[in-house]
Design a binder for this molecule. Structure first.
Ligand code: 1CP
Length: 343
């Protein structure tokens, strides 16, 4: 049995002080991240250079002593490993060769070949498993199939995921084939991360909020349930955090429906609502608005305490409702952590 606080919370323990980490904790708000990224040259080179990816993963642990480190990589590396070209437009974001026809789905690489591209990621995990402080939990991750499919179909990020919805509603067979290929590959990718030393897995369904009704069941719940049951069959006891961002009422029962040990909550719902409706089923993670890392001050302290107090009676991992942004002030992160640990 381990004493790592995050693993205890994920087993359902209510702790006097919630463990804490932060989405995008390695990122552009940190000067040391910007320096290592400049050394790597570009973002994808940083992801695929194990020593540098491990270094930026460790930076926020050294600076702040977070209870968890999240592997530095990106959700789009997995679809890239299936064949489509991926690049990042400076100041704009990811771009990807699109997959929208059955012929293109059939031309994707077989799942067994993804490791050729992704082996540097497993090496980063191995370095981290060796170099992290004993008390720090190592989190591996992947995107959920729906969120990955939105980038594969549109070739880029989009606010409303219109292209993916269109394919889903006009060519269900092709859309379903994309979801199935990504689901299968994600199991292999995450399983390899666990073998390399990841102790917890997080599934990011950043665009789950645009799936409504039966679509939410079919494309947010079902693929997550398949991935989680396959991973738990191979790695008994592996704790898994699911993040169906902006799911709203879809958060209710999500842990039970998918087998996740913890549901990460965004900040479009209140912590009081999430405590009453989601934490009753087990561990929750969240959900301070990331804007407070930019604005700081009294509002940061007040809202941090509000989140801690709302979730106090059950298992909770403190986090932001979404990733910290480049404009954030590193001092505000210190203030948030002190507020949580002294609450
Ligand atoms: O340095 C840079 O300029 C690149 C910025 C950046 C960073 C730091 C990107 C590009 N990805 C990352 C790292 C990253 N991405 C991590 C590392 C671990 C961490 O510190 O948290 C993780 C877990 C992700 C996951 C990720 N990538 C998601 C899911 C979580 C979320 O934010 O909703 C998504 C949607 C992506 C795609 C992506 N990669 C990068 C950007 C800017 C985006 C979003 C594109 C869009 O707006 O659609």
């Amino acid at each position: 049995m381990t004493d790592k606080t995050i693993l205890r919370a994920l087993r359902g323990e209510t702790l006097p002080t919630p463990p804490i980490w932060m989405m995008r904790q390695a990122g552009r708000y940190l000067p040391e991240y910007r320096a290592t990224r400049a050394q790597a040259g570009d973002f994808l080179s940083l992801c695929y250079t194990p020593d540098l990816a491990a270094e930026v993963t460790l930076q926020p642990i050294r600076r702040y002593g977070f209870d968890a480190a999240i592997l530095f990589a990106d959700i789009l590396l997995l679809p890239q490993a299936l064949g489509p070209k991926l690049w990042f437009e400076t100041g704009e974001g990811p771009r990807m060769e699109t997959t929208t026809t059955m012929d293109q789905v059939k031309a994707l690489k077989p799942t067994s070949e993804i490791h050729e591209t992704l082996s540097p990621i497993y090496e980063t995990v191995r370095i981290l498993a060796r170099d992290l402080p004993r008390e720090t939990t190592l989190i591996g991750f992947a995107g959920s199939p729906w969120t990955i499919a939105t980038y594969m179909i549109a070739g880029r990020g989009s606010k409303d995921q219109a292209a993916a919805h269109r394919l889903k509603d006009t060519d269900r067979a092709t859309f379903q084939a994309i979801i199935d290929r990504v689901t299968e590959a994600t199991v292999e990718y995450l399983s390899a991360q666990v073998q390399a030393g990841a102790e917890v897995i997080k599934l990011f369904d950043s665009w789950a909020g645009s799936l409504k009704g039966q679509d939410f069941q079919d494309f947010a719940v079902k693929p997550a349930a398949e991935i989680i049951s396959a991973l738990k069959a191979r790695h008994p006891g592996l704790p898994i955090i699911a993040f169906p961002r902006e799911a709203g009422d879809g958060y209710i029962g999500f842990a039970r429906a998918t087998g996740a040990d913890c549901v990460a909550i965004d900040n479009s719902v209140t912590p009081e609502w999430a405590a009453a409706n989601v934490q009753k089923d087990g561990c929750v993670q969240g959900n301070l608005a990331p804007e407070h890392m930019v604005t700081g001050g009294e509002a940061l302290v007040r809202e941090t305490l509000r989140v801690v107090n709302a979730f106090r009676k059950g298992p909770h991992i403190f986090n932001l409702g979404h990733g910290i942004t480049p404009e954030a002030d590193p001092e505000n992160v210190t203030l948030m952590i002190e507020t949580v640990r002294n609450a």
